[in-house]
Design a protein around this ligand. Structure first.
Ligand code: CA
Length: 512
């Protein structure tokens, strides 16, 4: 049962530590993390051909951030940082995970959901996981699959184990594959082919869309994937129905937990490849299946917002909408998308795309709505990162973090709430692609992009090359990153490179 505001107020007067206004409210939190959606992909960020009325409404009722960053430019490390408050590059092996990768986050780690569980929230994951499952050497999808999300603080989980283009193509609910048949066990291989089913490399394969390099293994629902799977025939998903399924589960989670504070982490499959929107969305955007998938995504968000309205939860729910990395503009599947980018630039005027350390790789849409607390219709240029969710929501819910928890997570709640502060919530942010190096350091308007260097700086290399090869851009003057100022500003580049090395070596960057 939800504790009435008056009771919180009473507790605030008799407790040793007075509660802040935010603590007394205990808002529900809906964090919508989309996949591969670029900075220019939705109407409120400049898209004109693709229509996103629900997202535009969300932005008009909340704040639109223009300098928000996924902490990495690909899926797995961004999700790792979001849930742990720790840069993924601090832990080896946190690059894009295979579909049978053991769990990447150690149970017992303070995570975003475990912190909110401690704060009294019911916590739910619906959607894409992609942080590994089970124990080494590889995930066993037969029987109980753990450790996984439930061992990291989620009370409920309905999820895609890895990605839409990776096997196994099944949903998992809590610890079990949905629709699992013990008579048809599931095997997965990211090495040699297993089983005798047709693959995408077979000339006789009849496919809905052709998979490109690396996407020619097992065929599920007429689409070839990365990796091989056998078994689980009754459990395999139908791509056209994924958005409907995830939306239904998200709505149900909200309905089931409406009487208590809840945290819903809705990690959509859209708009990751293969982009196979439901037929009712096809042809609606004029931008191919990629644009149609954005329409589908906007519909999904609309259903979630309508549910909050219907249950009268809107005023007491903080909704965040963002993306896990920049727009991907080299679709591997031959769905015609790649030829349509001239109709609408996925990343707007930003340079490059997913997997890049340029802005197009990690600067993403970020909308925050909380009626009565976040001024409607605003825009904020504050620098924030997905790694900040842990410390920010801890502050929001009155939780204190242990020193070892969330070592890179900054409390950016003042920025989220639009409070005027002389100092920015962050004076720097480290960004990565898919591994431990190279990294980029954002500092004020400047970004240093290193082209060399490892997680632990090699002293011999540093001695011979005191200033690693790098690029330096002034984002205020040159947001499209056309002019590398590293040679013109060697002192600044050197200072920033040294700070980046320090941040690597220190093991943490959180100020308190
Ligand atoms: Ca992604």
């Amino acid at each position: 049962m939800k504790v009435p505001l008056t009771l919180f107020a009473l507790l605030a007067t008799i407790g040793a530590q007075p509660l802040t206004a935010a603590e007394m409210v205990k808002p529900n939190i809906v964090y919508i993390l989309t996949d591969d959606l670029g900075y220019g992909d939705i109407g409120c960020y400049g898209a004109t051909k693709v229509k996103t009325p629900n997202l535009d409404r969300l932005a008009s009722q909340g704040c639109r951030f223009t300098d928000a960053h996924a902490t990495a430019s690909v899926c797995t490390p961004t999700r790792y940082a979001l849930l742990t408050g720790c840069y993924a590059w601090r832990q080896a092996g946190t690059g894009i995970a295979a579909g049978d990768q053991p769990l990447l986050i150690k149970p017992g780690t303070t995570t975003l959901p475990s912190m909110l569980q401690n704060a009294g929230y019911k916590t739910g994951l619906v959607g894409k996981w992609h942080l590994g499952l089970g124990t080494p050497p590889h995930t066993d999808f037969n029987g109980e699959i753990k450790p996984g999300p439930l061992q990291l603080g989620f009370d409920y989980a309905f999820f895609i184990p890895a990605t839409g283009d990776r096997v196994p193509c099944v949903f998992v609910e809590n610890h079990r594959v949905v629709g699992y048949d013990p008579a048809d066990p599931i095997r997965v291989s990211y090495g040699k082919k297993i089983g005798d089913e047709i693959t995408g490399a077979d000339p006789g394969a009849k496919l809905k869309i052709q998979g490109g390099p690396g996407h020619k293994d097992s065929v599920v629902n007429g689409i070839s994937r990365i990796g091989f799977m056998t078994g689980g025939a009754a459990a395999r998903w139908v791509d056209e129905d994924i958005a409907d399924t995830l939306t239904t589960k998200a709505v149900k989670f909200i309905e089931s937990n409406q009487a208590v504070p809840f945290f819903l982490y809705l990690a959509t499959h859209d708009i990751h490849e293969p982009m196979v929107p439901h037929p009712r969305f096809r042809g609606t955007s004029g931008c191919g299946w990629r644009g149609d998938a954005i329409h589908q995504l906007d519909w999904c968000v609309g259903e979630v917002l309508a549910t909050l309205d219907r249950l009268k939860l809107t005023d007491n729910t903080l909704v965040i909408f963002t993306s896990d990395n920049g727009g991907a503009i080299k679709n591997t599947y031959d769905d015609g998308t790649n030829a349509l980018h001239s109709l609408q630039a996925p990343n707007g005027t930003l340079r490059d795309f997913k997997s890049s350390l340029y802005e197009g790789g990690h600067r993403v849409p970020f909308i925050a709505r909380w009626p009565g607390h976040i001024k409607p219709g605003g825009a904020s240029g504050e620098l924030i990162g997905h790694v900040d969710a842990l410390a920010t929501f801890a502050a929001l819910t009155g939780q204190s973090l242990e020193p070892a928890a969330g070592p890179d997570s900054f409390n950016v709640l003042p920025a989220l709430l639009g409070e005027k502060n002389p100092q920015p919530a962050r004076d720097h942010l480290v960004l990565q692609n898919n591994g431990e190096a190279p990294l980029a350091l954002r500092e004020g308007n400047w970004i240093l992009i290193q082209q060399t260097g490892g997680r632990t700086p090699n002293k011999k290399i540093l001695a011979n090359n005191p200033q690693p090869a790098c690029e330096l851009y002034d984002l205020a003057a040159d947001p499209a990153q056309l002019i590398n100022l590293a040679a013109k500003e060697p002192a600044r580049a050197k200072t920033m490179a040294a700070r980046l090395d320090g941040l690597r070596m220190q093991g943490r960057s959180r100020p308190d």
